[in-house]
Design a protein around this ligand. Sequence first.
Ligand code: BES
Ligand code: ZN
Ligand code: ZN
Length: 471
Amino acid sequence: MTVELAKTARSAPARGSVPVHAVDRTGFAQAAARLPAATANWFRSVGFEGAPDSHVLVPGPDGQVQAVWAGVLGAAHPWALAALPRSLPVGRYHLAGDKDGGLVLDATAAALSWELGSYCFDLYKAPRRAAAQLTLAPSAAARRGLLVAAALASTRDLVNTPAEHMGPAQLARAVQMVARQHGATFKQTVGDKLLKAGFPAVHAVGRAADAACAPRLIELNWGQTRHPLVTLVGKGVCFDSGGLDIKSADGMRLMKKDMGGAANALGLAQMIMALNLPVRLQLLIPAVENAIAGNAFRPGDVFKTRKGLHIEIGNTDAEGRVILCDVLAYGAEHKPALMIDLATLTGAARVALGPQLPALFCRDTAVARALVDQGMALHDPLWHMPLWAPYHASIESDIADIVNTGSSPMAGAVTAALFLDDFVPAGQDWLHIDLYAWNQGSRPGRPAGGEAQTLRTLLAYLEQRFGAGGA
Ligand code: BES
Ligand code: ZN
Ligand code: ZN
């Protein structure tokens, strides 16, 4: 943690701690007019105008850094301070507030953005430099920012960790650790036990992997029976080689991140439990490696799924929907108030919307639109795509109830969602989110690599719908 909460709201800043004045462009213009001429001249000399993600150091007469002025995107922006921790000189900082005409930042945004700006995946390589430290006044809002940041960072870590060190067994261990932290129960059904327990499709996809990477259903349950049940499902394909329909080298390069749905679902579960939301939580993660071996599932195979529907395999690379179908059916058996699945399901969703906009599928258009609006407002966007029933024709099979790849390459994200739709009973509230879970390039607070997406938006939606917690 590079953000620390002071002992009391009135604690004086530590000796040597440097004040950070946050400004936007208009606020800066007004503040600059009231600054000492030498300081205003200095800002002009270095071209500082309060532009977002820019900053300027103000030297004191002793040659030490006396203050920092930093341009921010807005007082409540989740990336307000994200550019600072890894570019300011190593040391301690605190917020100057409205002193000298600065903005008073929302404490959640300040904590969140500083933490996200310090994030670095350092499992195999030391960071280039240490992050600067921020001290904030203690408050529930600041604590919320820290807790959300911690969940987002652990989601990133899980996605960034290569398949060699984040196989189905390690993913299960990660869920178990979170369960322990929050007093939740943990359970896993591994290998051939999946067949007895009624998850034949999860087994089929994962059965070719080495015994150490055996397929499994990971389950976490938390909360009180009197609260409404919320079920989170995450695609946990720890590596997607494509199976016998093997991917190209380029297509396979990033496939350690194919458990990004699971990592995101776990991140959301962490937030729900840490904030003590008044819900009962069930987290379900089918974890597999889509590997190649003599016992791999094949194109043309037919499997009877948990729900009783027979699915034909058109392509072993469309494995995500296969493992999810059993687990969505299982989740729905408990009749949750809401079921949400998160999955790096299709390349087609990326073709349609690119890496920054996860695709949202939802039977209730009003809910989808509200979520899209909320996502935009929170700078954690997602975009509504249709469960367009007529396209179901392209996933009809000659010999089974349904096939896992469309007869047409068009609308691949829609046909994948329609496949899942067949396994979720009518009347079940359900959100399906097809996400990328990856930053291709680096932006402040969003380094290239694994990414948590839509979690702040989903958290806000859950709080609005079921009530905020009493953390
Ligand atoms: N994991 C991939 C989808 C994916 C690829 C997500 C790249 C993000 C980036 C999925 O299992 C897959 O391979 N889907 C195929 C389906 C096709 C064979 C019908 C795809 O999208 O190409
Ligand atoms: Zn695949
Ligand atoms: Zn996949």
